[in-house]
Design a protein around this ligand. Structure first.
Ligand SMILES: [Zn+2]
Length: 677
């Protein structure tokens, strides 16, 4: 067998992988897996050893073959690779669907749970519980007629969500702002103006044409000095795909939204959940509707006074009453005046080698591991480096690739992904391997890569995800590392680790001017840290408005009264919003996160995870941010446990109590009731 994608070596043979390997490898693997699954499903006396373990191994093999492919597609895209990748997507998705819908396997897992459950280790029971839960949520256990209705609702939902997105896209693409008076462009950056000039030229128009894409919208809101221009953009943006604004009634999503809520509600009820929110919570750390609403209201009660004070201060700074389209503009000015820190000016103080050294030191001190670069590992690009993680005694734990720099044909953004998952099964073992991918500015002539502090925070964030994947002690791939972790808890390790990038002791260690070696001057460090809480109240109430709106419409939908979308939005705004919003604002009509994407009844998780991370870090602040005993508890209860246990129980084991929202408020300098500021 010479297809490198089917090899089982500890690391993929990246230099040997060719686009023509992709489709044959996936086809061969899927057909072998299907044959094996057929045999497993037909077993008369299924047991953990004869069904669950082999399925875990098949899961591992799919990931071993597909992970390098999807990774290369993201970081070294080419036409031939993309063709192979796209050819495999429908094959994989059909395989996953068949697996998720398999009644014989569902029966087998339930039999094993009944007959062996009591004798199994907790982690083995967790593997089975996850599988049974997911079968149930996919409708596998329903009687024939209800199963048909469930499938129909899901299918229609997929079409409606696609329609929602199309409408937003069309509405966005079909508005622009022709500008003939140059003074209207004052404040905007040259690149944007040049783009607008070219757009006008292409259409043989005079002057400039500004489009309604997100970067332009954000730039106009923060930089454009003309209030008329800001208002026009705000109105066009906030009324997209609705019954209001410059394109009122065209591409209107109002009915689509109602239909989406109706299908979600129907699907949840077919599975015996009272509403869609409760259905969504079946796989989350938060368990009840009440719990989420209490959480959001608790944060709102504390954040609102802070937000009001910030808004009053901003109006005083501007010297007038502010409309919704003025806030971003004056906030930017106030921030510049107050902090005088620019990310670009910080770059010389954060050369990548020093930052990496400091980052590794933090992980080594906390979790008594060693991180060392290994030369000679086969990689996909000359800039990529490989690092081994071992215990202090030198026993191997795992490893990771670091692909740090932006380059053509690489997807933007930063992420951590699984290259190899950890497993220890009777048929063999594997150590975890991760990809850490960033898009930093590459090194220049005679100087290392220089990061902004935003970049530093990003690196710490992704490294936190990496530790979650790499330091896992779970033996079964489906719940090892980040697999099977509740979706609203999966950002805990990453956001937790971000805190170190803001800590004075760490800043001192990782910063060093690339020429002089001098650490970041104390006053600059202080101002940098202070930027973290700038307008914390205003940004929090904004997020809470979205989260409450999302959660309430997915809880309160009823066939008799429909979604009451605008009504609920008004109620939420009355309760939490601080910045005045015009009556014609229709932001839900383009709120793709919840109507088209995966955040339905899940927008709260942004704040939820921030609270977990802040509260976990507060435990370290109480005992010292490098305290070994606290770190060991964090490792034992959370970091090493993957999806093998309930996320709330894990948190309580670590913290000795439930998460406390006050940790996040304190972190952002928001006064907590009953405490001095
Ligand atoms: Zn993340």
């Amino acid at each position: 067998m010479d297809n490198p994608l089917l090899a089982q070596e500890p690391l993929p043979a990246f230099p040997a992988i060719r686009p023509e390997h992709v489709e044959p490898a996936v086809r061969e693997l899927l057909s072998a897996n299907r044959a094996r699954i057929g045999a497993l499903a037909a077993l008369e006396h299924p047991t953990f050893a004869t069904v669950v373990e082999p399925l875990e191994e098949l899961h591992h093999r799919i990931s071993r073959t597909w992970s390098p492919v999807s990774h290369l597609n993201a970081v070294l895209n080419s036409e031939s690779l993309r063709a192979g990748y796209n050819a495999c997507l429908p094959l994989l998705s059909a395989y996953q669907t068949d697996l998720a819908q398999s009644e014989p396997l569902y029966r087998a897992y339930r039999t094993i749970a009944e007959q062996e459950g009591a004798a199994l280790a907790p982690v083995e029971r967790a593997v089975i519980e996850h599988a049974v839960r997911d079968f149930r949520l996919a409708g596998v256990g329903l009687p024939a007629e209800r199963k048909e209705s469930f499938k129909t609702a899901m299918l229609e939902l997929a079409q409606l969500q696609a329609k929602f997105e199309e409408n937003v896209l069309d509405a966005t693409n079909n508005w622009n702002r022709p500008v003939t008076d140059a003074s209207e462009l004052r404040g905007l950056n040259d690149m944007l103006i040049e783009q607008a000039r070219r757009r006008a030229q292409e259409r043989q128009a005079a002057g400039w044409i500004l489009a309604l894409d997100q970067p332009t919208y954000v730039a106009v809101m923060t930089d454009a000095e003309s209030p008329e221009l800001r208002r026009a953009f705000y109105e066009a943006w906030a009324t997209r795909a609705s019954d209001q604004g410059p394109n009122a009634g065209r591409w209107d999503n109002s009915m689509v939204m109602e239909q989406i809520l109706a299908r979600r509600h129907a699907a949840a009820q077919l599975l015996d959940f009272p509403n869609y929110a409760q259905y969504a919570l079946a796989t989350r750390m938060a368990h009840s509707v009440e719990e989420v609403l209490t959480f959001l209201h608790e944060l709102a009660a504390a954040a609102r006074p802070a937000a009001s004070a910030e808004f009053a201060e901003l109006e005083a700074f501007a010297g007038r009453k502010l409309a919704a389209w003025d806030v971003g503009f004056y906030a930017e000015r106030l921030q510049r005046e107050r902090f005088r820190v620019s990310q670009e000016e910080l770059r010389p103080y954060f050369p990548l080698p020093g930052v990496l050294g400091g980052l590794f030191e933090v992980a080594e001190r906390l979790f008594t591991v060693r991180i060392r670069e290994r030369a000679g590992v086969g990689v996909w690009h000359a800039d990529v480096r490989f690092f081994d993680i071992t215990t202090a005694g030198g026993a191997p734990v795992g490893g990771f690739y670091l692909d740090a720099y932006a380059r053509p044909n690489k997807r933007s953004g930063a992420w951590m992904d699984e290259c190899v998952g950890r497993k220890r099964l009777s048929c063999g073992a594997a150590l975890p391997v991760a990809y850490l991918v960033c898009n930093f500015l590459p090194p220049g002539e005679g100087r290392p890569a220089l990061l902004t502090h935003d970049d530093v925070v990003t690196l710490f964030h992704e490294f936190g995800h990496g530790l979650h994947h790499l330091l896992t002690r779970v033996d079964y791939p489906s719940i090892a590392g980040i697999n099977g972790v509740a979706w609203d808890a999966v950002e805990l390790p990453s956001q937790f680790f971000e805190n170190y990038a803001w800590h004075p002791e760490v800043l001192e260690r990782i910063s060093g001017h690339f020429e002089s070696g001098a650490p970041l001057p104390a006053d600059q460090q202080q101002r940098l840290i202070a930027t973290r809480s700038f307008h914390a109240g205003l940004s929090m109430v904004r997020q809470l408005e979205f989260a409450l709106f999302d959660f309430r419409i997915h809880t309160e939908y009823s066939p008799a009264h429909g979604g009451r979308i605008l009504e609920i939005l008004r109620e939420v705004r009355r309760a939490v919003a601080v910045v005045p919003v015009p009556e014609w604002n229709r932001f839900p009509n383009s709120f793709g996160h919840i109507f088209a994407g995966g955040y339905a009844a899940g927008y709260y998780s942004y704040k939820w995870a921030e609270v977990l991370a802040a509260d976990a870090f507060a435990a370290f602040e109480e005992s010292g941010v490098f305290d070994r005993a606290t770190a060991q508890r964090f490792f034992d209860a959370i970091l090493s446990r993957g999806g093998s246990r309930d996320a709330l129980e894990a948190f309580i084991e670590f913290r000795g109590r439930r998460p406390d929202v006050r940790a996040l408020l304190r972190q952002h300098g928001i006064t907590v009731a009953g405490e001095a500021a």
